[in-house]
Write a new protein. Structure first.
Length: 216
């Protein structure tokens, strides 16, 4: 075999080896399932949001739907209102159950808001800087109430608000597009459900107290 033929044969062998290695790598890559962050929402969502805060692993803009953006905006607005209403209840109520619930609203929704804000910033959702018209009207209504009337109205509104919130969180978890936002909705839906159950139980008690003319 001539020198030129030996060179040609070696080049051909190298090319075949390169193609085979590349094919194996591609096959391995295709065989690995994508990590969606939904297999374990509570742990992976936290990791997603920590990653978001560090500016790593940004989700492509095309993966975020209008529903995702609206959900985050309203979740942040609603959370701010829950904190402010809880603070108002802590000031005005003398009912131990109502005050305990109000403190939980302040604690849980503050923490939730702190974790959702970096995610909202990542996908270009402006952090709300004030309350919605609905929340302003509700706070104004509650501010003029006192005693058992306040407790009854506050808890009744908490039941109504958390029913709506739970529907929104489940809808985002099931139908959202952005995996990080879907994961956050899945993570927090059980907490919203817990709030709702607590609110319903306490609301029944405050209704009974108000119906009995404040007799406890």
């Amino acid at each position: 075999m001539s020198f030129s033929n030996r060179i040609s044969s070696r080049l051909a062998a190298v090319a075949v080896t390169f193609m085979l290695c590349g094919g194996v790598a591609m096959a391995q890559g295709m065989g690995q399932p994508a990590q969606t962050g939904l297999d374990n929402p509570q742990s992976t969502t936290t990791n997603n949001m920590n990653t978001t805060a560090n500016g790593v692993g940004a989700v492509p803009a095309g993966a975020t739907s209008p529903q995702d953006r609206v959900f985050l905006k309203e979740a942040l607005e609603g959370g701010m209102a829950e904190v402010q209403l809880g603070q108002l209840a802590l000031q005005k109520s003398n009912n131990a159950d109502v005050k305990q619930f109000a403190q939980k609203m302040v604690d849980d929704h503050t923490k939730m808001g702190d974790q959702l804000k970096p995610l909202a910033q990542q996908i270009g959702v402006k952090i709300p800087d004030g309350r919605s018209k609905k929340d302003k009207a509700l706070i104004a209504k509650l501010q003029v109430l006192t005693g058992d009337d306040f407790d009854k109205a506050y808890m009744k509104d908490m039941v109504k608000d958390h029913k709506g919130d739970l529907t929104d969180f489940h809808s985002e978890a099931d139908q959202g597009s952005n995996l990080a936002v879907k994961g956050a909705a899945s993570q927090y839906a059980p907490i919203i459900n817990q709030h709702l159950q607590m609110a319903e139980q306490i609301s029944q008690k405050t209704d009974a107290v108000a119906s009995n003319g404040g007799t406890k």
